[in-house]
Design a protein around this ligand. Structure first.
Ligand SMILES: Cc1cc2nc3c(=O)[nH]c(=O)nc-3n(C[C@H](O)[C@H](O)[C@H](O)COP(=O)(O)OP(=O)(O)OC[C@H]3O[C@@H](n4cnc5c(N)ncnc54)[C@H](O)[C@@H]3O)c2cc1C
Length: 445
């Protein structure tokens, strides 16, 4: 175990020998856990974050932390699309914008707008310095509040007592008056995704999320009586190309305008990365649950594919060499990937989705990269109320227990099917709610 602060080190040692006062334990040091810690911390009790990895930030340090702020028009559109008003979603989304962005701005985090090509009525903002900067600001704020950090410390069990919860770690156990489960989602756990979606081992599936997003914290919450809500909600995209260096993982092809995407029988699909996961559903409905993106050599040299495991982009030509199928002409390639030549050449006559994109076919040697269903996000988790209290199957509050962030299903604001990229904001918002509730509950005699 490594502690970041000297007070943290002392606190951890005392806690592990059972001498410390029971305080607040937060499991997981991603954006939800950090935000919860900032709100829960008080001089009246110790507040400790236990993080399984060697660094703080969870999945947020991997991405741009783009934050979506839907307009009232967008909310009305979502209501119309689903056929009913969703006041809870509206309330949630209204709080996300000013709350999360302004809260971080007050900590010194700058923001800039990002063009939203898919949903123009949803404003997108990205933090200057991306997710890593946002995490650095949250860590600084948590340190200033006296939060203790324990890195490389995985929580393996929870046991409810009358007034406390016993938290088990490899190095011993600690007692807490309040425990917040902020362990992230489960999209990195392919077995769990298969089981939740009822997919057999014959469906080709790749991991597009961090491997530590394995759902273990959801199991910790269920083991102490918590309920898991809507367990079959997982977003699948069709943009994964097998990563030969990391078996089971995806290299993600992000730019859907730079090739001709077709499924395994040659039918086209327009957006491999639909905000509703439509492309994943489209592939699931076809034999093989796989497809191809066809590029020419020049485009392959140009594109880069995102690797979660490397935290970096991989040049397209490396993926092309490793897993690409090469053909001298459209007809030759069609034969090699077992589709009708017309299916491939059909792409020659279609206008590209983006005006500045050139259609790749017809410019010499072609390469087809195999596209596989790729797990992106789990949209569900532990059932909580608006204050982050963990609920059982009858929606009764389980005392001393809370959950936040993706572990509580807040990858999306409550069944919003069209708004993407709202996860860091949802994590922070629900983390803050849980942290505030803990502070309130512990202050109430
Ligand atoms: C490549 C990539 C790009 C992304 N881009 C965006 C984006 O642009 N915009 C956006 O909003 N979101 C984005 N996300 C998603 C966003 O990062 C997550 O939704 C967010 O980080 C979830 O926060 P969290 O705190 O709930 O969980 P996490 O960030 O997953 O943190 C959970 C933490 O808990 C720890 N943990 C798990 N189990 C235990 C245990 N038993 N004991 C101790 N610690 C444990 C984990 O190690 C992890 O550090 C992206 C994610 C990825 C991978």
């Amino acid at each position: 175990m490594r502690a970041l602060t000297s007070t943290g080190l002392v606190g951890a040692m005392l806690a592990l020998v059972g001498c410390s006062r029971p305080g607040v334990v937060i499991i997981g040091g991603g954006p939800a856990g950090l935000a919860a810690a900032i709100e829960a911390a008080s001089p009246s009790w110790p507040t400790d974050i236990y993080e399984a990895q060697k660094e703080l930030g969870g999945s947020a340090v991997y991405g741009d932390a783009v934050t979506a702020i839907p307009s009232p028009t967008a909310l009305a559109r979502l209501d119309a699309a689903s056929g009913h008003a969703n006041p809870a979603r509206t309330r949630f989304v209204e709080r996300v914008g000013p709350d999360v962005v302004d809260w971080l701005r007050d900590m010194g985090q700058g923001w800039r707008p990002v063009e939203n090509r898919i949903e123009p009525d949803v404003a997108l903002l990205t933090p200057d310095g991306k997710g890593a900067s946002l995490i650095a600001h949250l860590v600084a704020a948590a340190k200033a509040k006296g939060v203790n950090f324990h890195l490389g410390s995985k929580v393996t069990g929870l046991v409810r007592g009358t007034d406390t919860v016993t938290v088990t770690l490899a190095s011993g156990s600690v007692k807490a008056r309040a425990v917040i489960i902020a362990t992230g989602g489960f999209a990195g756990n392919l077995d769990r995704v298969r089981q939740r979606l009822g997919l057999g081992a014959d469906v080709p599936l790749l991991r597009g999320a961090t491997s530590f997003s394995d759902g273990n914290g959801i199991d910790l919450g269920v083991a102490v009586g918590g309920a898991e809500r809507l367990p079959s909600q997982v977003l699948l995209y069709a943009h994964g190309v097998p990563d030969t260096d990391h078996p089971g993982a995806a290299l993600m092809f992000m730019d859907g305008d730079r090739g001709w995407p077709i499924d395994s029988i040659g039918a086209p699909f327009n957006d491999m990365r639909s905000p509703r996961g439509d492309s994943g559903i489209a592939l699931l409905g076809r034999p093989g649950s796989s497809g191809w993106i066809v590029l020419d050599r020049a485009t392959l040299d140009d594109v880069k594919l995102w690797s979660v495991d490397l935290r970096d982009f991989v040049p397209g030509r490396i993926a092309g060499q490793a897993v690409g199928v090469h053909g001298d002409s459209a007809e030759d390639l069609a034969r090699r990937i077992h589709i009708a030549p017309e299916a491939l050449t059909a792409g020659l006559f279609l206008a590209p989705a983006r005006p500045d994109a050139e259609h790749p076919l017809g410019r010499g040697r072609l390469i087809a990269l195999p596209l596989r269903l790729t797990t992106a996000k789990s949209l569900t988790g532990l059932q909580i109320d608006l204050d982050g209290h963990l609920l059982d199957a009858n929606s009764v509050i389980l005392p001393h227990l809370y959950a936040a962030g993706e572990a509580a299903g807040f990858a999306h604001p409550w069944e919003a099917q069209h708004i993407d990229s709202t996860m860091v904001s949802g994590a922070i918002l629900t983390g803050r709610a849980a942290g505030r509730a803990v502070a309130r509950d512990l202050s109430t005699p």
